[in-house]
Write a protein that binds this ligand. Structure first.
Ligand code: MN
Length: 133
């Protein structure tokens, strides 16, 4: 996480936080950001650390894995939304569970989008750009 990048584009000041307990998925997302997206990328491997990072960095978007050891993504989402300083940040669910009732449940809770794993990389990039433009 390098904040000393003196690129004049305002976009690099926008951070995206990925909360995910699978290191291969984090690596993939990190590669996607470094190759294709102009935003800062930060991550946490559990919900508790993720919420702490959200407080510290005020990301423009949070990508939330749903199935995690300990606190899951749904519980973490509710904590984020109950914090007045964090509630306005859009949160995308990222999940291997593509069952329609699971997707419906997450969207009804207030997730801004639901991205099923394995995700379509081009679609993911476009969705993130749309959200942050
Ligand atoms: Mn997981």
């Amino acid at each position: 996480m390098n904040d000393s990048d003196n690129n004049s584009s305002a976009e690099v000041n926008v951070k995206v936080l990925y909360i995910e307990d699978n290191s291969a998925n984090i690596k993939l997302m990190e590669d996607i950001f470094s190759e294709f997206l102009p935003y800062g990328f930060i991550y946490a491997t559990n919900a508790k650390d993720g919420i702490a990072l959200a407080k510290e960095h005020q990301p423009g978007l949070i990508l939330m894995d749903i199935n995690m050891e300990g606190m899951d993504g749904l519980e973490a989402f509710e904590l984020l939304k109950s914090d007045t300083n964090l509630a306005a940040i859009p949160v995308y669910a990222i999940s291997g569970d593509a069952m329609p009732d699971q997707i419906e449940k997450a969207l009804a809770l207030g997730f801004s989008d639901y991205i099923s794993k394995p995700f379509n990389i081009l679609h993911l990039i476009e969705t993130i750009k749309q959200c942050l433009k």
